[in-house]
Design a protein. Structure first.
Length: 388
């Protein structure tokens, strides 16, 4: 490992292959990877992650970093050594720590002459379609200009995100991967991956190298969240994996302290647990809908309408609607639920919940007569619908 002030001209590589297996890679580094036992930033680990990102960058890849650690970085200068988890103090820690975190990253990336950009996001930034597109356009523009985006939650101004909403940036990393159509999301944590049981208590537990689908059994293996300064844990990583894989992005959860772990993943080595995509790549609008951030209600449909959506890729028409729940407006994203209460799709609605309640079960050509307006015969057009 190079000294903190050293400068290199050629970053380390694991192979001589100049074409990475994955071109657009999102690397997520959690609090427990980036900090030591005293809850301070562990610069040698950060240095190693930056070196690997620099190697990918020089090989033509488009890496992005989703980082935690701002709250932890603020502990030392304020002398915080105990669990002070109430929101105002965590905001103070984040305000102090974010600049220190970025200063450290800036000095490390400067060593490779790689420009970086800070992007502080909140849930609200991604809730509406316009905000989603604004963030997406900015990130894609940064990548085109060969700038490495470094993304973190905006804990300083957002009370929601400072609680267990994004989960130590796990969900945020999945949303970021979806935003930029990533080829791989690598979630670096302090464990080797998902095991058949908690390896801390069951030495015979086995690592699961591949998970094809996250079902209730897989979720039961995740255990509980841990750590007063880390909001993650395997449950939030499974939630992140669900968000990313159902939009066509493969996810690997692995030990971030392994030597050259990101490079080894990109070069095809089997490390940690790989969560396979459950669908093919989805176009941007559907990816945003599946992120789950802006779902406002449910439209319950009958069996015939369900088959039309599942098998014939049709649109949702008023005759197939059985019931409506929740409050939503025209242009919102809603769940589409079958009679067995299974949410199997979501989509952008052409009518509000009150309007859908009036036209449910009726002929499409009677919409104008019933509600006094007409935005098309479809409640959800097939181009604005995505199966979950």
């Amino acid at each position: 490992m190079a000294s903190h002030n050293a400068r290199r001209t050629v970053p380390p590589t694991v192979t001589r292959n100049n074409t990475p297996s994955y071109r657009r890679i999102v690397v997520k580094a959690g609090t427990r990877v980036l900090t030591d036992d005293s809850h301070s930033l562990h610069v040698p680990t950060m240095e190693g992650i930056v070196e690997q990102i620099a190697s990918l960058y020089r090989r033509g890849a488009e890496p992005m970093l989703v980082t935690s650690g701002a709250i932890a970085a603020g502990m030392k200068p304020l002398g915080a050594t105990e669990d002070r988890s109430h929101v105002p103090f965590r905001q103070v820690l984040a305000a102090v720590g974010q600049s220190r975190l970025m200063q450290t990253y800036g000095s490390l990336f400067d060593r490779w002459d790689i420009p970086i950009a800070q992007a502080l996001l909140t849930k609200r930034d991604l809730e509406d379609r316009q905000g989603y597109l604004n963030v997406r356009n900015t990130l894609l523009s940064l990548l085109r200009h060969r700038v490495v985006p470094i993304i973190n939650e905006n804990d300083v101004v957002s009370v929601d995100e400072i609680g267990p909403v994004f989960g130590d940036n796990d969900i945020l990393s999945a949303l970021a991967a979806n935003l930029v159509d990533a080829d791989l999301l690598a979630i670096l944590t302090d464990t080797d991956g998902l095991f058949t049981a908690d390896p801390r208590f069951y030495p015979e537990a086995e690592l699961l190298p591949t998970v094809e689908r996250i079902d209730p059994h897989i979720e039961s293996l995740a255990g509980k969240r841990h750590g007063p300064w880390s909001r993650g844990g395997m449950p939030s990583k499974l939630e992140a994996a669900k968000v990313a894989t159902r939009s066509g992005v493969p996810v690997v959860v692995c030990n971030g302290r392994l030597p050259n772990v990101v490079l080894r993943l990109v070069d095809g080595e089997s490390l940690g647990t790989m969560f396979s995509p459950t669908v093919s790549r989805l176009e941007s609008r559907k990816r945003w809908m599946l992120s789950g951030l802006s779902l406002h209600g449910d439209i319950v449909i009958d069996h015939g309408a369900e088959q039309a959506l599942r098998k014939r890729h049709g649109s949702l028409l008023p005759p197939g609607v059985h019931d409506v729940s929740g409050e939503f407006q025209r242009g919102d994203v809603v769940y589409i639920t079958n009679l067995q209460q299974e949410r199997f799709a979501c989509g952008l609605v052409n009518y509000s919940s009150h309007q859908v309640a009036k036209i449910k079960g009726r002929r499409s050509d009677s919409i104008q007569e019933i509600i006094g307006c007409h935005f098309g015969q479809e409640i959800v057009h097939r181009n604005n619908l995505a199966l979950i």
